[in-house]
Every structure is written in structure tokens, then in C-alpha cells.
Design a protein around this ligand. Structure first.
Ligand code: ADP
Ligand code: ZN
Length: 707
């Protein structure tokens, strides 16, 4: 049966192999075992029931909570030649009757239904008449009260399945993996816990980035402008932020849309539709947007503010790059966000225990912002994965900005705050430092302070940003309340006493996520036209990854076209000629365009700059210099240099392992990991003799993964 599954994958979807986890899940399902599948967003969950639906007789039921998602899925299935339909509240009674009649006639292989349908007794009666071998439950975490999207109707699923004829197999799928939720899913649906398939949560094509103390709205404007032709989502916390950012982007000539709860249903669905159709490239939205958006070509997701916890963050950020192409997830951090989130949690009047939990999750989110370790690894740790290696893509792994010593400037700010009695917010502090003539400053007598005007060569905006920087690095604390008041922390006091220096990195520059390619843009335009004429979103016709593969392979015959990733028989038949023709014409006009015979790699091509940087460190290391020594000379942190080396290893470059990690240490490290687990480095280190460094332990892990 698995052979037929692989054939179908190729024939319908144009993919050669199953991804991690897919094969295991499909195997279990085809053996008739109830299964829970946990995969990250974009991991390829749909294939896990769509392929069995084609292999098994009868009609597979799919419970899906989101109307818009259902429609897209059904459109996409029709595109590849799989007959499918959906039933939800947007349809009239007559339409539902007709669809059910067609289902009884055996016209469909898949039927998507919203969970609320299960509340209708007469609908359940009709379901009983269908030959259902498999019930797939998408977004299965909605069954759990622990989950963040609990849906009461999900609790009816189990009894519905019990009423169906023929004892169908159950497949529950979700991207939310916390142990409580997993347990709830298995218990509510009677799935044996051992039939749980969990794939790694790493997203190899996403580059996570954290930016602290930047002027956020300027950064976003600059970023969105640089990436004008790409799809992106910008999440902001409030309607007001959404509106302001939206207007700013519009003014810059960026084709932006917006989405928040203050708009009418009609406006919102119109905006969403335009985003799906690629008519709008950037969507500025509150977190109400995105549930059920399976648009695969989102190239970046930016969080304008700190999200409330890692679950929400990873789910929202994970909407980038579902097609597997390189994409970015940026989190812009400002210290007052923490106060706002804390305030929001406190406002909810939760149970003491629940509130404690929420605050803890917020704390963990803040830890993420401040970590100097690999960001992807930090996320995976949070979700309970222990064996992680630096990703080589995130802003920590690739950080080689120079640091500047700003200790003196920091001392000026901190001492000014103390002189002002630590009772003010950053605007007034900045005004005093720049020597502003503001009335309030005069009234309070601050113009007589020795620190008045001490930084007058700077603007108040520069100083505000510098204060943000000091706050996000814990030199300045913020007292909660509607008007945040700043105080000097104990760390800040160390700076004042001259016991600690303050280093500030150069600014992070907004960069282009993908390089422009004329052919790609051309094919994208063609895809858009076809999509419009067929009334489906462009990514349903072909994913960006498929277009990119076309650009690399430049197929000229039907046979070659079929080798393009994501092209199955039906799409080849429908669109092969149009695309082959467009590609041929382009090649005639651009005779220098070369074909890549190799399979295109979706791995990031490092940019010149960062490329040079990690290789520079690598070369220095090869000359026998120590990591400390290289860090000093390059004005980078030792951690960055280590990450450079790991990156070289991950890229398959040769290193002298004996030198990085003397082989006699390996069994010791292995034993230590066996004893205390690989989750945290510190306990491992404590098990080992001093001469085995943290670096060697990490090197050991990197080596294991790359073997
Ligand atoms: P999820 O529901 O887990 O978020 P999807 O089912 O939407 O993910 O799949 C994400 C993307 O991955 C889709 O564009 C899909 O076509 C693609 N995909 C799924 N399985 C494979 C595979 N075996 N090979 C290549 N691409 C795949
Ligand atoms: Zn990383």
C-alpha cells in the first residue's frame, strides 16, 4: 500500500519523496491504527491524510475549523486532480443537500467539514450513510482546554466517530506539541499514546532574528520597501499600531493591506482575499489575522511587538516559508512591551495558578529575546527538543556586527536619571540630556542639574533609542503602569561604579530576503494571471518553490517539466505548455541564462558579507589561533566565532576534528549526556573535567548531527 502512496505522491503532487514523519504517519494510518501526528506549520500535514484518502476506498472526512482554509484546500486538491468538497456554514441548505448527495454517489475522495456541523443531529444521520474509512482531524489541539484555541465542538468528534459505520481510523494532526495538549488529544480521541508521531520542530528554511532598541517603525518601512515584491505579514498589538504602520507603508509606496477587529467583516475578508491573491504584498495585522491562512509564499513575518508567549510566536512566525524557501522571522523588541504584556495578563483576572503560568511563559519569551545562543535552538528547547545544533541562519548565529564601547554615554544617562530622582519616563530624561527648553524641564528645575545638556550634540530621538537599548539589556528597569517610570537597575549601578562596561552593536540593516530574478518575476506574473482566470489564489497554481525550480531547470519539454518539484500529471497537462513557452521565450531573449543541471538547493546562499565573515574566522582558526584570540582581533564575541565554525561544519567544510575536539574526550561527553541528558549544557559540563570546554561539548553535538 505504501508503494501506491508513493506513486500517488508523485502523480498528484509532483513530489518524489515523503518528508520526515509523513511516511510513518501514512504507514500507521494505512494499517488502520489511530494516530496522532505532530508536525510544525509547513511540515506537510495535509499530505498525511490526502494520500491515504486516495489509497483507501470510500470517502475521507476531514474536520477543519477554518472555513477559508477548507476552501483553499479543496481548490488545491481539484487543481491536482483529486475530487474533494466541503461543507460549512457559508453554504445554503440546498447546496449542502446537493454536496451530500454527490458524496453518497461516490463523487468525492475527501469531504471537509467544520466541527460545528457535528452539532446538527440530521447532519450526523446523513454522515452515517457514507463509507468513511478515515477521519482526519486538523488543528487537533482545538480539542484541548489547555490549548490556545479551544473549540467546544471538537469535543463532539469522538461520539460522532462512534456513530459512523465501519469503525473508521482516526488521524489527529496539529502543530502544537506541548505535552498537556498531546495528552488531551490522545485521551479525548482514544488514540494509543505510542501511535504519536512527532517530527522535529526545526524549520530549516526560516532565519529567526531579534532586533532590540531599533526605531521600529522606520525599520519596518525600510524593510518592507526593500522587499516590496515579496509577501509578508507584520503583526502589531493594537488597531492603532496597525493603522499607523499601514499608513506609513502606503505613503512609502508599499502595497500594504490591513486587518484588525475594528474593521467590518466584509472589509476584513476583502483584505484577506487581496493578500491571498498577491494583490497586496504586505499585510499589517493584529494576531486575529492568519488563522487559516495557508498561503505558502509568505517570505517574512515581522512582529512589531513582543508576543505573549512562545506558542503564539512560533505559530505566527511559522506562517513564513511554508513552501520551504528561505524566509525570515523578525521580532522587534522594546522593553516596555514586557510591561504591556504583563499588564494585559493581569487584566484578565485569571486564576492565580493560571496567571502565574502566563507570567512564566511571558518570562520565557523575554529570555528568548535576550539569549545569545542560536534562536532556533532556543525555540526548540522551549518545545522540549534536546538535541539541537546552531542553525547558522539566525541573528545570533550570524551576528558579526562590530561592538562599540558606550560606557561613558551610558554613565551620563544613568547618572542623570538618578539626579532626576528616577521618577520619569524616557522622553523627559532625553529632554534633560539634550538640554531642552521644555517648560516641564524648567519647572522641575532640571536645567540646573550638572547632566543638563550633557548630550546636546544628539537628538532626543537618538537618546530615546539609546535608553531603549539600555533597558533591553537590563541596565534600566521599567516600573509598570500607564506612564512607565524608569529606574537604574543593579546592573546599571555597576556601570555607574565603573565595574561594568557597556558594549553596543552597530545597527542591524534591513536586507532583501530573496535576490531578484527577472524570470522568476515573469513567471510569478503569469501565475497570477492564470490564478485570476481560474478564481483561485496564485499559490494554489504553483508554489514559489516550484517557480524557483523552473527558473533553475528551464524545462523545455513536457517530460522535463514533469521533473520540476511540485508538478504532477494534472498540472503538467494544464499549465505545462504555457509555462514552457514563457520560459523558452525568456531564454531566447536572454541567451546568457544558464541552466542549472543540479537539483536546486533550497539552502540559503550566504550573502557575500556573512560568507566572508565566517570564512575569515575559519581561516584564522585553521592557522592555529584560539577562539578568544580571533574574537578579540575581529571585535566579535567568542560565541560568534564558535558559531562561525559550527556554520562551516554544517556547510560541510573540513575541520580538524582532533583539534576542535580531541577524540579521547568524546566517550566522556557521551557518558555525561547519557547521565544528565542533552537539554542543557551546564549539567553536562559539571560532569566533566575542567579541560573539556563548553565549546567542545557543543562541537560534539554538532559532530554527531553531521555524521
Ligand atoms: P501544514 O499543514 O503542515 O502547515 P502543508 O500541508 O500546507 O503544511 O504543506 C506545506 C507545504 O509543503 C505545501 O506547499 C506542500 O505542498 C509542501 N509539501 C508537503 N509534503 C511535501 C513533500 N513530501 N515534498 C515536498 N513538498 C511537500
Ligand atoms: Zn541560529
Amino acid at each position: 500500500m505504501l508503494a501506491k502512496a508513493t506513486d500517488d505522491l508523485r502523480r498528484y503532487f509532483g513530489y518524489d519523496t515523503f518528508r520526515k514523519g509523513q511516511e510513518e504517519i501514512i504507514q500507521l494510518v494505512l494499517e488502520g491504527k489511530d494516530t496522532a501526528g505532530i508536525m510544525p506549520t509547513g511540515g506537510g500535514k495535509s499530505i498525511c491524510y490526502q494520500i491515504p484518502a486516495m489509497v483507501l476506498p470510500g470517502i475521507t472526512l476531514v474536520i477543519s475549523p477554518l472555513i477559508s482554509l477548507m476552501k483553499d484546500q479543496v481548490d488545491a486538491l481539484k487543481q491536482v486532480g483529486i475530487p474533494a468538497a466541503y461543507i460549512n456554514s457559508s453554504m445554503s441548505h440546498g447546496e449542502i443537500q446537493q454536496t451530500m448527495a454527490e458524496a453518497r454517489e461516490g463523487e468525492y475522495k475527501l469531504l471537509y467539514i467544520a466541527p460545528e456541523r457535528l452539532e446538527s443531529f440530521s447532519f450526523l444521520e446523513e454522515l452515517k450513510e457514507l463509507p468513511v474509512p478515515l477521519v482526519a482531524i486538523d488543528e487537533a489541539h482545538c480539542i484541548s482546554q489547555w490549548g490556545h484555541d479551544f473549540r467546544p465542538s471538537y469535543l463532539r468528534i469522538q461520539s460522532m466517530i462512534g456513530q459512523l459505520e465501519g469503525n473508521p481510523t482516526i488521524l489527529a494532526l496539529t502543530a502544537t506539541a506541548t505535552p498537556e495538549v498531546r495528552k488531551d488529544i490522545c485521551e479525548s480521541l482514544d488514540i494509543p499514546a505510542e501511535n504519536t508521531v512527532i517530527t522535529g520542530f526545526a524549520r530549516d528554511n526560516l532565519a529567526f532574528k531579534v532586533l532590540k532598541g531599533e526605531d521600529r517603525s522606520s525599520f519596518i518601512a525600510q524593510y518592507a520597501e526593500k522587499n516590496k515584491t515579496e509577501s509578508g505579514i507584520i503583526y502589531a498589538a493594537t488597531r492603532k499600531d496597525v493603522d499607523q504602520l499601514y499608513e506609513r507603508l502606503q505613503k512609502k509606496g508599499v502595497n500594504a493591506g490591513r486587518y484588525h477587529a475594528g474593521m467590518s467583516d466584509r472589509e476584513r475578508s476583502e483584505q484577506q482575499e487581496r493578500f491571498l491573491q498577491d494583490d497586496v504584498s504586505v499585510m499589517v495585522a493584529t494576531n486575529a489575522f492568519g488563522m487559516g491562512i495557508n498561503k505558502s509564499n509568505v517570505r517574512y513575518v515581522i512582529h512589531y511587538q513582543l508576543p505573549k508567549n512562545m506558542e503564539s510566536y512560533y505559530q505566527e512566525a511559522g506562517r513564513a516559508g511554508r513552501d520551504g524557501l528561505d524566509s525570515e522571522c523578525l521580532l522587534l523588541f522594546s522593553a516596555q512591551d514586557v510591561q504591556i504584556q504583563r499588564f494585559l495578563i493581569e487584566q484578565q483576572h485569571l486564576h492565580a495558578e493560571r496567571q502565574r503560568q502566563e507570567l512564566l511563559r511571558l518570562r520565557q519569551m523575554v529570555d528568548y529575546v535576550h539569549t545569545e545562543d542560536c534562536l532556533q535552538a532556543a525555540i526548540l528547547h522551549y518545545f522540549g527538543e534536546s538535541e539541537t545544533v546552531p542553525c547558522g541562519r539566525c541573528s545570533n548565529c550570524t551576528d558579526d556586527r562590530k561592538s562599540v564601547d558606550v560606557t561613558r554615554e551610558a554613565q551620563m544617562v544613568l547618572s542623570c536619571m538618578i539626579r532626576m530622582g528616577e521618577r520619569f519616563g524616557k522622553t523627559v530624561i532625553a529632554q534633560v540630556l539634550t538640554g531642552s527648553n521644555n517648560k516641564k524641564v524648567r519647572e522641575m528645575g532640571f536645567h540646573e542639574l550638572s547632566t543638563y545638556g550633557i548630550l546636546k550634540q544628539q537628538t532626543t530621538k537618538d537618546i530615546s533609542e539609546f535608553i531603549d537599548f539600555l533597558t533591553s539589556n537590563d541596565y534600566i528597569g521599567v516600573t509598570p503602569g500607564p506612564y512607565p517610570v524608569l529606574n537604574v537597575t543593579s546592573r546599571g549601578k555597576e556601570v555607574l561604579r565603573g565595574n561594568e562596561t557597556v558594549q553596543r552593536k552597530e545597527r542591524m540593516q534591513a536586507a532583501q530576503v530573496v535576490q531578484d530574478d527577472e524570470l522568476f518575476n515573469h513567471l510569478r506574473e503569469l501565475r497570477k494571471q492564470i490564478a485570476a482566470s481560474e478564481n483561485v489564489p496564485p499559490f494554489v497554481i504553483f508554489s514559489d518553490q516550484t517557480l524557483q525550480d523552473m527558473c533553475a531547470k528551464l524545462p523545455q519539454t513536457a517530460e522535463e517539466f514533469l521533473t520540476v518539484k511540485g508538478v504532477g500529471a494534472q498540472k503538467q497537462e494544464r499549465y505545462g505548455n504555457v509555462f514552457i513557452e514563457a520560459i523558452s521565450r525568456f531564454c531566447e531573449e536572454h541567451p546568457d541564462r544558464e541552466r542549472k543541471t543540479m537539483e536546486v538547493s533550497t539552502k540559503k546562499k550566504p550573502t557575500q558579507e556573512t560568507d566572508a565573515s565566517h570564512i575569515v574566522s575559519y581561516e584564522m582558526y585553521k592557522q592555529g589561533r584560539s577562539i578568544q584570540d580571533i574574537a578579540k582581533e575581529r571585535e566579535l564575541s567568542p560565541q560568534t566565532i564558535e558559531n562561525h565554525l559550527f556554520r562551516c561544519i554544517n556547510d560541510g567544510m573540513e575541520v580538524n576534528w582532533e583539534e576542535l575536539l580531541p577524540s579521547q574526550y568524546e566517550p566522556l561527553i557521551e557518558q555525561a549526556i547519557e547521565a544528565v541528558g542533552a537539554e542543557k549544557l551546564k549539567p553536562i559540563k559539571e560532569q566533566l573535567p575542567d579541560e573539556i570546554s563548553y565549546f567542545m561539548i557543543k562541537a560534539y553535538m554538532v559532530k554527531k548531527v553531521n555524521q
